[in-house]
Design a binder for this molecule. Structure first.
Ligand SMILES: Cc1cc2nc3c(=O)[nH]c(=O)nc-3n(C[C@H](O)[C@H](O)[C@H](O)COP(=O)(O)OP(=O)(O)OC[C@H]3O[C@@H](n4cnc5c(N)ncnc54)[C@H](O)[C@@H]3O)c2cc1C
Ligand code: HEM
Length: 489
């Protein structure tokens, strides 16, 4: 089933539409309606001219396909032959041609990021863009002073930030992995002299460079940086880059509810790693070779009770529910302060860019499915300029199961944009809040938009059946796929 929002969102003539450049739809020729397009895509006709083959497209190749009758456009790394779609495009052929033979992602997003091009153009897929080094080989550099060695990685990404880079220094070798769009760029060297464990990492956002500053153990002048190690100076699709672990020390552990605890781990001095919002890491115990994923939380809901956070962000917090019969969590719970756990590189598909233009954010969480919401909530309230409202609907069994209830209530009290509602499936008779499980009725009440045309986003996380059912119900309520992020395994 094609997921084309039939009631276009935002509504025609709304502020949001007018704001994005006075576009207008063009009259389409007879036989060129959306239904006709769907029929054509289902007809089995070869719409790419490649007989179903997928190819790797270089930039040079892409540029060649820039005519109406031979028009390729790249969106989010995938290249489509849009020539067959020309006459069906509601925005007209000229509009579509603006992206001919090039990367049309930004243009597409500016006009209608909600359009489900992936399903509409499924039969027009030509292939992926070839691995194109965003950093050409040799595009890192280094310089030194008497006591320091600074390595500079030029990413050519203006929005590069400190959570895009993971650096580990061990036994004389330095491994720095930079995430650039969908690729991981690796700098991997055996350094030619010793350096101290601690180093600093800095992102210079406006020029898209990352600087790693190492402290020399001896103030000799280095003739070279070192020897290249495995996969040095190469790009790997992000999804294929392997999970690496580093040993973290348990700093503190506190009860949050009767079965959920807040664990704080400290990264080693020789690692730089920040888990991006909405992503998780794997924890591994040495006792048994078991690995389980967990989503770090930030300290913003409880920090007022704490010592100031270390400025270098060496601490990582997790809210973890202990299952007495579980495989992993009882072992984790047995760790003493000072013990070690291995922590992987981050993983996950959540894109922070989804939140940037947001006006209303809805969060649906069940039990420990609350964990990804913490950072999302903090980010939205702090960095999203047009945000008017955040609503959290938090499902639990009983009152005792609610994580950080008083902190959430306090936040709702002090920030009028934020609202929280607790729904219990097995409350005591004293409970006078909402009861039950996730349902279309609860959702449609919850989702009432402040303003019809505001741009909304919705995150959902909980046990798999909760998330899956929830997403289905949301589709039935005409929330489009683009407006939902489900945190799933
Ligand atoms: C992306 C992601 C992020 C996550 N983030 C967090 C987080 O931040 N915090 C958090 O607490 N959890 C999180 N989880 C869940 C976490 O990964 C573990 O699944 C959880 O901690 C349970 O681990 P366990 O090995 O202790 O329990 P398990 O051994 O998996 O058992 C869990 C429960 O199921 C029962 N059980 C196990 N096997 C069976 C069976 N065959 N039949 C019936 N019952 C059974 C056990 O008795 C126990 O009660 C996340 C999961 C994912 C996928
Ligand atoms: C990248 C270059 C593109 C540009 C500049 C562009 C431009 C436009 C414009 C100006 C409109 C009219 C806006 C309006 O509804 O008021 C439109 C509508 C539309 N375009 Fe595009 N478009 C592009 C690519 C695409 C692609 C690749 C698809 C693939 C499916 C697509 C699908 C649609 C659809 C479905 C509509 C109607 C949307 C609605 O009813 O809200 N467009 N486009």
């Amino acid at each position: 089933m094609l997921n084309v929002p039939s009631q276009a969102f935002p509504a025609p003539g709304s502020q949001q539409r007018v704001a994005s450049g006075g576009r207008s739809k063009v009259p389409l020729k007879q036989g060129r309606s959306l239904m006709d397009w769907i029929r054509l895509t289902k007809s089995g006709k070869d719409l790419t001219g490649l007989k179903g083959r997928l190819v790797e497209v270089t930039e040079e190749e892409l540029r060649k396909h820039n005519r109406k009758d031979d028009c390729w456009i790249c969106i989010r790394g995938l290249v489509y032959n849009v020539s067959p779609y020309m006459e069906y495009h509601p925005g007209g052929e000229e509009e579509l041609m603006r992206a001919a033979g090039s990367d049309g992602t930004d243009l597409f997003d500016q006009v209608h990021r909600w359009v489900n091009y992936e399903s509409m153009l499924k039969e027009c897929l030509v292939g992926r863009m070839a691995v194109k080094p965003a950093v050409a080989k040799g595009n890192y550099d280094w310089f030194q002073t008497a006591s320091l060695v600074t390595i500079v990685i030029y990413t050519k990404q203006k929005d590069i930030s400190l959570d895009s880079i993971i650096v580990d220094y061990q036994d004389g070798s330095l491994r720095a992995e930079t995430i650039i769009k969908d690729y991981a760029y690796l700098l991997h060297m055996g350094l030619c002299h010793e350096v101290q464990e601690e180093f600093s990492v800095r992102a210079v956002e406006n020029v898209g460079k990352i600087e790693i500053t190492l402290k020399k153990r001896q103030s000799t002048s280095w003739k070279c940086l070192g020897q290249p190690l495995e996969k040095h100076n190469s790009f790997t699709p992000k999804k294929d880059s392997d999970l690496r672990y580093r040993k973290c020390q348990l700093v503190s552990k506190e009860d949050v509810t009767h079965d959920t605890k807040l664990f704080c781990f400290m990264l080693p001095a020789s690692s730089h790693l920040q888990v991006p919002i909405g992503q998780h890491v794997y924890l591994k115990l040495t006792v048994k070779e078991i690995v389980k994923p967990y989503t770090p939380v930030s300290d913003f809901l409880f920090s007022e009770f704490k010592e100031p956070v270390l400025p270098n962000k060496k601490w990582i917090y997790f809210l973890i529910k202990i299952y007495p019969n579980g495989l992993f969590t009882p072992e984790l719970d047995r760790l003493q302060i000072g013990d070690f756990v291995s922590l992987s590189s981050p993983e996950g598909s959540f894109k922070i860019s989804k939140l940037q233009e947001l006006e209303e954010l809805f969060l649906l969480a069940a039990g420990t499915g609350f964990t990804p919401m913490v950072k999302v909530l903090n980010y939205a309230l702090t960095y999203v300029p047009r945000l008017r409202k955040v609503k959290l609907m938090f499902f639990n069994k009983t009152e005792e199961d609610i994580i950080w209830r008083s902190q959430l209530e306090k936040l709702a009290f002090k920030d009028k944009r934020f609202d929280v509602e607790f729904i219990l499936s097995a409350p005591t008779s004293e409970w006078n809040g909402k009861q039950g499980h996730i349902s279309p009725a609860l959702l449609s009440e919850f989702l009432k938009r402040g303003q019809e045309e505001s741009s909304v986003f919705l995150c959902i996380c909980g046990p798999t059946p909760f998330t899956e059912q929830g997403i289905r119900m949301l589709h039935d309520l005409h929330i489009s796929r683009d407006e939902i992020h489900g945190f799933t395994a």
